[in-house]
Design a protein around this ligand. Structure first.
Ligand code: 1CP
Length: 322
């Protein structure tokens, strides 16, 4: 078990190290990356660390002018919406991400037997930030380009898939022992659009990663209608948000894949008895799957009481001890 967005946000020790350091600077300093990645492992005793970085870090590394604004998220200075804009997206080259390589190396040493999960944003979610210029509710410019300019969309998604793969390769080659591809906003699409406009690019990424033989996790939010296709894209583990019970998700994803999830992060604001009861329910439904990684259905909410996460970690360990 581990928690999405466990590094940062809810932890006072995170807010302390980040007090005078902007987010993207923190993501480029190996000492800070290592410290922040280790914090939830030390505090909660989770079974895995997730590399502290952000999905937009590789875009910045290839020269896209962007920032992560407190309380907002990633903001792109000059959104990409046409062919000349696309030319600004080059591949990740060896040497673009030295701080990633260095931090992963440090972490693997410090973590000992605890695995380090590397991650990246998937092409659709990255495309949304690049095209919209920042967080978006309806993804209207993204869909306009996807529906209206299929050739431009294809080229954009190919370039983003190559950048995503470059970021994941850098982490795995430096020693990360699993990867998660976050396609956080892909739940905005219908199954048909997902199949034709997104699946080919994510499945290319998973195919390219196969040679490393590390477990590959694929996660999106609001993807109940897409779970079968997320499985088809080729990951070993499909992440499920809290909207679909895990036993039903097993049916939708089909055989040959493990599941990850799926306690609603807002449950952690309810009394402990509720958290414990829902956790037992998830563990019991998860037994229908070929493998189950306990997690939340999306990231830890920033105002979560960290003690609740520590208690939940111990509880899942106790309930699953053999
Ligand atoms: O100042 C701060 O503390 C900034 C908050 C923050 C943090 C801690 C951001 C800005 N990113 C991160 C780290 C981060 N982001 C991690 C590593 C830590 C961990 O998981 O424990 C990871 C895996 C991400 C991935 C990420 N960034 C995703 C995918 C995961 C998800 O939540 O769906 C997305 C969509 C982003 C974009 C992003 N970066 C930051 C924010 C606030 C956002 C979301 C903004 C939005 O709603 O569009």
């Amino acid at each position: 078990m581990w928690f999405m967005r466990q590094a940062g946000r809810s932890l006072p020790e995170y807010r302390q190290v980040r007090a005078d350091v902007p987010m993207l600077e923190a993501c480029s300093r190996p000492d800070l990356i290592t410290e922040i990645t280790m914090q939830p492992v030390r505090r909660h005793g989770v079974d895995a660390a997730i590399f502290f970085s952000d999905i937009v870090v590789p875009l910045r590394a290839v020269g896209i002018d962007l920032d992560i604004k407190p309380g907002v998220g990633p903001v792109v200075a000059d959104p990409i919406r046409d062919a000349p804009g696309l030319k600004r997206l080059r591949d990740v080259e060896p040497g673009d991400l030295p701080y990633v390589t260095e931090a992963v190396g440090q972490l693997v040493g410090e973590l000992g037997d605890t695995p380090l999960i590397g991650f990246a944003g998937a092409p659709f979610t990255l495309a949304s930030y690049l095209i919209e210029g920042g967080p978006s509710k309806n993804h209207e410019h993204t869909k306009a380009l996807m529906y209206g300019e299929p050739e431009l969309w294809d080229e954009l998604m190919r370039r983003l898939a190559a950048i995503t793969l470059g970021f994941l390769r850098a982490q795995v080659e430096a020693g990360a022992s699993a990867v998660q591809l976050f396609d956080s906003w892909v739940g905005a699409l219908s199954a048909e659009d997902y199949r034709s406009c997104v699946l080919p690019y994510t499945s290319w990424i998973f195919g390219q990663l196969a040679e490393y033989e590390v477990p590959r996790i694929h996660f999106g939010v609001g993807t109940g209608e897409l779970l079968g296709l997320l499985g088809e894209a080729g990951a070993d583990v499909v992440g499920v948000d809290w909207r679909v019970p895990l036993d039903e998700a097993v049916r939708r994803v089909g055989p040959g894949r493990a599941l990850q999830g799926n306690l609603d992060p807002a449950t952690l604001f309810a009394p402990w008895e509720v958290v414990a009861g829902r956790t037992r329910d998830i563990l019991s439904r998860g037994r229908a799957a070929e493998g189950h990684v306990f997690n939340l259905g999306h990231g830890v909410l920033p105002s979560t009481d960290p003690d609740m996460l520590t208690r939940l970690t111990a509880y899942v360990h106790e309930q699953t001890a053999r």
